[in-house]
Design a protein around this ligand. Structure first.
Ligand SMILES: [Zn+2]
Length: 116
């Protein structure tokens, strides 16, 4: 599908545009509604993309998720490190972003002004 903001091609089930960060909540033609999936982020990751994927799923800043996760890891009652490892194993990885279309090679047009 195409991002409505920057018009670049991104994966059909992306929650956010890889290029401009715009949230993708527009259902493609023919689909009633895109099902939201929890995926590890391929582009917003520090270790395995678990926090980035959770942030994309809930539409929040991934830094906030990482901060909360670290705080939870420091506080003994919640085994955040184990939860991260479990998330790493059970949450599928999002496909890598589609490469940007290659920019046309800068070639001199026949009638372009020549620089001396
Ligand atoms: Zn975009």
């Amino acid at each position: 599908m195409n991002c409505p903001n920057c018009r670049r091609d991104i994966a059909d089930y992306s929650n956010f545009c890889y290029f401009c960060g715009t949230r993708q909540n527009v259902a493609p033609a023919g689909c009633a509604q895109v099902q939201k999936r929890l995926l590890r982020s391929a582009v917003d990751s520090k270790i395995a993309g678990v926090c980035g994927g959770i942030a994309e799923y809930f539409g929040v800043d991934s830094t906030i998720v990482r901060l909360l996760w670290i705080v939870a890891a420091i506080c003994p009652p919640f085994p955040a490190v184990i939860a991260y490892l479990v998330g790493w194993i059970i949450i599928p990885l999002a496909p890598p972003p589609v490469a940007a279309p290659p920019q046309p090679a800068h070639t001199e047009a026949p009638n372009s002004a020549q620089t001396a």
